[in-house]
Design a protein around this ligand. Structure first.
Ligand code: FAD
Length: 370
């Protein structure tokens, strides 16, 4: 019997990280309640790329079949990098060595994790915003996202800085499903756009990122205007055929930055996922890191109890998360150079592309469950 057996655990936040850690601890015998501020686990979000390191946690949690990818995931045959204006191919990055990445709708992934949590006996409470001090348990896990209310209690206050990047995300339905295909990453001046199929090709997922000098609105995720999207990404029209004209609904995220927290744990409270290490999306690793955190936290607490398991969790996770976050930050400028600098960067990518995935094996080939 592990130390998690019978432990009273409260998880704050029912996103990818919160749901995963709730399932992981309940499977080890903890009595877990999960509190999510939203009234429903709605169809929010868009596409996520789940690489092998994240998949390993999903398998270990019983959220997916250990031997076959989920039906609703599209398997990535790699990433095609192109120059947006000329549509010239720059590089092809093959799938990472350990196995192809899955393209999944966030809602599909969350549904699988929610089922795994419910099957393990997690008590789900929706419509509950939980603030520090308002809840008691043997262990409290704050998985409340990039705007965490709990982080300042654990690591002290920190201001979020606008990163200078705004991400636009859209899902476009396809009357005829598109066949499995690589993601396309088109690079332009001060902008880039990534397009890949979702849900068996019945949807096309768009993530388009532009640089801006300032951002005045408070909100982080806002409805965007499709006409403005078409205008701002006009340089990318030729690269994606008629896709721009089929965008009816689009959301914008002003990407904010907070540094990786110095302390992730205090007494019986632990930060997890974006609450501990918000990241720019340019490595597509935020959700995967949250899944890894979830497994490691549950394993450490089960092995050593709360008092020793939480510091062990922080020790096991902080450096890796910080390395991935730093890498994501560095990718923005690589994708956004205007001419003539883009020629140099693209020349480097064309040589490095085929080996890029292999050099990132430490990211994608990491197995938190081993
Ligand atoms: C444009 C973009 C593209 C991305 N693409 C990828 C990708 O391809 N692959 C990938 O791995 N990651 C990707 N990410 C990152 C990924 O979405 C996040 O890193 C991940 O969702 C973080 O999970 P989380 O559980 O930590 O936080 P969240 O998913 O933000 O969940 C936090 C939850 O907590 C709830 N909550 C907040 N405060 C409270 C409170 N006080 N009480 C109760 N509930 C509360 C919220 O309602 C929410 O449900 C992308 C992000 C962006 C912006």
């Amino acid at each position: 019997m592990g130390a998690a057996e019978g432990l009273r655990v409260a998880v704050v936040g029912g996103g990818i990280g919160g749901m995963a850690v709730a399932a992981a601890l309940a499977r080890r015998g903890a009595r877990v309640s999960l509190h999510e501020q939203a009234d429903a686990l709605a169809e929010v979000g868009a596409g996520l790329q789940i690489s092998w390191n994240g998949q390993q946690v999903l398998r270990a949690l019983g959220a997916v079949d250990p031997d076959a990818p989920p039906d609703e995931a599209s398997l990535s045959p790699g990433t095609r990098m192109i120059d947006a204006r000329s549509t010239r191919a720059v590089a092809f990055v093959p799938p990472p060595g350990p196995g192809p990445t899955w393209y999944m709708h966030r809602a599909d992934l969350l549904l699988r994790l929610t089922r795994a949590a419910a099957d393990a006996g997690v008590d789900l409470h929706l419509g509950r915003l939980v603030t520090p001090g308002s809840i008691a348990a043997d262990l409290i896990i704050a998985a409340d996202g990039g705007q965490s209310l709990w982080r300042s209690m654990v690591d002290g206050p920190v201001d979020a800085q606008f990163s200078g990047q705004v991400a636009w995300r859209a899902l476009v339905p396809n009357a005829t499903p598109v066949p499995p295909q690589p993601a396309t990453l088109a690079m332009g001046a001060r902008a880039h756009m990534v397009v890949y199929p979702l849900r068996g090709g019945r949807l096309t997922n768009i993530v388009a990122v532009e640089e801006r000098s300032h951002w005045t609105d408070e909100g982080w995720r806002q409805p965007g205007d499709p006409a403005e999207f078409r205008d701002r990404f006009a340089d990318f029209r030729d690269a994606f055929g008629g896709l721009h004209d089929r965008v009816d609904e689009v959301h914008r995220w002003a990407l904010h930055l907070r540094p990786v927290a110095g302390r992730w744990v205090k007494d019986n409270v632990a930060l997890l996922g974006d609450a501990a290490h918000p990241t720019l999306p340019f490595m597509a690793q935020g959700a995967c890191l949250a899944l890894e955190d979830a497994w490691v936290l549950a394993a450490q607490v089960d092995a050593a109890g709360v008092a020793q398991g939480l510091p062990a969790y922080q020790a096991a996770r902080r450096d890796r998360a910080a390395r991935v976050v730093a890498l994501a930050r560095g990718n923005a400028w690589r994708f956004h150079l205007g001419r003539p600098w883009s020629w140099g960067a693209q020349a480097v990518l064309s040589v490095a592309g085929p080996t890029l995935a292999r050099r990132l094996d430490w990211v994608y080939g990491y197995d938190a469950t081993a």
